[in-house]
Design a protein around this ligand. Structure first.
Ligand SMILES: [Zn+2]
Length: 260
């Protein structure tokens, strides 16, 4: 049935809160969901466990009753760490320590995994082709230091590439939170009753002996903490270190990477 196919979306999701809200966003709109998470050799193994947790909660909420949708989830292995054997990215290199404190241009360089999002999106697009879905989405959002693959120009170019690659534009990649701040995503998630307590952001997840606590020191922990604070929504996260000890950096207008 064509209508059914058109109501399927393939989402590339991590265990993070943005991905969780993305799932609730499309589920609330009535889409059947094919969710893909990626094991790319990241130190943050906790995120895959937490993806399972919030997806299980979403199933409880959306997969019952007369308007029930289907939610399928798979973890796909991506050999990024094998291909990037010379990489010193702190996300995949065990000997590289995680930079602490708010994001700077330097710290972002230290955690870059080249072509991570494009790799994930091409897998998701391939899956979308297989199930005849027309939408692929991922949860990038506005950031003070916008990553190249978290911008409209990238999404547009990726869609052009897809059209050329198969000589058809039946599948479109969407990034509905592209202009949202993380605090706005928290507010949107709260409006859906998204289970933030079942999401995981910390880059050090599972690799630092902290188990179920966020480190409270890495850039993504601080982003998470500040987003809840700015949104005025209670933060259910347990932090091993008080994120308050890393106040946001003073920034000069139009400059990036100032500060330590
Ligand atoms: Zn952390």
């Amino acid at each position: 049935m064509t209508t059914r196919i058109d109501r399927t979306a393939v989402l590339s999701v991590s265990g993070g809160m943005d991905s969780c809200v993305l799932v609730y966003y499309y589920a609330s709109a009535g889409f059947n969901l094919h969710l893909l998470s990626f094991d790319y050799g990241q130190k943050n193994v906790n995120e895959l466990t937490y993806a399972e947790k919030y997806i299980a909660k979403a199933r409880e909420h959306f997969c019952k009753g007369s308007n029930a949708i289907e939610i399928r989830h798979r973890v796909i292995e991506l050999p990024l760490a094998q291909l990037l054997e010379n990489s010193d990215s702190a996300l995949i290199n065990a000997s590289r320590s995680m930079p602490y404190g708010p994001a700077t241009t330097e710290s972002l360089k230290a955690i870059t995994v080249p072509y991570r999002n494009p790799n994930m999106l091409i897998q998701a697009t391939t899956a979308a082709w297989d199930v005849e879905a027309s939408i692929v989405a991922y949860a990038v959002h506005y950031n003070e230091y916008p990553l190249p693959d978290a911008q409209e120009a990238f999404v547009k170019a990726f869609n052009q590439m897809l059209t050329v690659a198969m000589n058809t534009s039946t599948i479109k990649v969407e990034a509905p939170f592209l202009s949202f701040t993380k605090a706005q995503i928290v507010r949107l998630g709260a409006s859906f009753n998204a289970p933030f307590e079942l999401t995981w952001s910390c880059f050090e997840g599972g690799s630092n002996g902290l188990e179920e606590k966020h480190c409270g020191k890495c850039a993504t922990c601080l982003d998470r903490y500040n987003a809840f604070k700015l949104a005025g929504i209670a933060d259910p996260t347990r932090y091993a270190n008080n994120p308050k000890s890393y106040p946001p950096l003073e920034r000069k207008q139009g400059t990036a990477g100032e500060g330590a």
